[in-house]
Design a protein around this ligand. Structure first.
Ligand code: NAP
Length: 343
């Protein structure tokens, strides 16, 4: 059946300077083909759009190889097995894997280990790309392993209304901490406080001293954990307000990803010395063997209502270039998902 199908794909045409535009992408169509012995064919349902994609478009060394020019853009996603010659997968199975920005992925026997079956009773497809997926794992292990929260501590998280941020703040509350968010705009701040139960949220777009003043108001005893998703000036403002023994989780620095000038480093780093604090980077993939534990815990919170999730779903593979840009303009409200096909 699959031999008659066409696979629409989005490939990297050229590396961007600054924010990527439609010119950086090429749209191609190929026949789908049939799985070989031991392989499977996966139909893409929904893809995770991540700030990290911007880094994968750059040349040069990182924690993962760059996407080559002409290659299908890398993307994690949830799909459905539509043909199988592998005893471990049946037609109809729902799987998570690096599907790429394309409608179908033909998986050879050697690559089948990269597909994980997922159980839609634990969460919806979009939740599997959010709290139960890579962003949720990032929030969970970044907070629990690197941040090491203790009840009563004050946790500040930037990008609070985003995918990673929503897990971090809610988990901090569940662990008995105070959670203070930083997000762009009143609507996001209101949602974080009223819906997710954060203690407060600072709108960093409210004025030049909004973050500094907000941290002073909401963290009178200082910040015990700063979970940094954005870097830049907000990181500096958090550094200026640390409590003794603070932990700073360097998860991301989205304010710097489209820079055409060198990345802005933290000016206030001597605060680490004064407050006997530490700052540590983390990459979620290092925790892959412990994902099942985190998924079980987080899906329990979703089920018992202690945790909520919000996803922002954009439809159609052709909209990928503009959809990706939303992460860097702050237009996404919740985890950004590209729905390629309806379930
Ligand atoms: P997200 O927060 O859902 O979306 C990105 C958000 O970043 C936007 O909605 C926007 O929110 C904010 N933003 C964009 N430009 C900004 C700027 N100049 N200054 C401040 N905020 C800005 O994205 P996510 O998937 O959860 O990722 C959050 C961070 O975690 C990213 O830095 C990402 O690279 C990182 N991450 C790291 C790992 C890891 O393993 N280390 C894994 C996953 C993600 P506002 O409207 O609030 O500005």
């Amino acid at each position: 059946m699959s031999s008659n199908l066409s696979n629409h794909q989005v490939r990297l045409a050229k590396r961007p300077e600054g924010l990527a535009t439609r010119d950086n992408w090429q749209f191609t169509t190929e026949p789908v083909g049939e799985p070989a012995e031991g392989g499977v064919l996966v139909k893409t349902l929904s893809l995770s759009l991540d700030p990290a994609m911007r880094g994968w478009m750059n040349e040069g060394k990182s924690y993962i190889a760059p996407v080559e020019i002409g290659a299908v853009m890398r993307a994690g996603g949830v799909g459905r097995v539509v043909a199988s010659r592998n005893p471990g997968f049946a037609v109809g199975d729902t799987v998570y894997g690096t599907l790429g920005v394309q409608e179908y992925l033909l998986v050879a026997q050697e690559q089948v280990k990269g597909l994980a079956k997922i159980d839609l009773r634990a969460g919806s497809i979009t939740q599997w790309l959010n709290v139960l997926g890579m962003p949720g794992m990032t929030g969970y292990f970044g907070l629990m392993d690197v941040g090491q929260p203790k009840a009563g501590e004050t946790v500040v998280v930037s990008g609070a209304a985003g995918a990673v941020g929503q897990t971090v703040g809610q988990l901090a509350k569940i662990k008995g901490c105070r959670a203070i968010g930083i997000a762009g705009g009143q609507a996001k701040c209101d949602w974080v406080v009223k819906e997710l139960g954060f203690d407060a949220c600072i709108d960093y777009k409210a004025g030049p001293s909004a973050v500094r003043d907000g941290l002073k108001t909401h963290c009178p005893k200082g910040i015990d954990i700063y979970f940094d998703n954005v870097g830049g000036e907000i990181l500096d403002a958090a550094l200026a307000r640390l409590a003794r023994g603070a932990r700073i989780v360097i998860c991301g620095a989205i304010s710097q990803y489209n820079n055409t000038t060198p990345v802005q480093g933290p000016k206030n780093y001597l605060s680490l010395l004064v407050h006997r604090a530490r700052m540590q980077g983390m990459v979620v993939f290092d925790y892959a063997d412990r994902y099942p534990v985190a998924i079980a815990e987080l899906s329990g919170y979703l089920k018992d209502g202690r945790m909520k999730s919000r996803e922002d779903v954009v439809e159609g593979i052709d909209t990928f270039p503009e959809a990706l840009t939303r992460l860097f303009t702050g237009e996404n409200f919740g985890k950004l998902v590209l729905q390629v096909a309806k379930d």
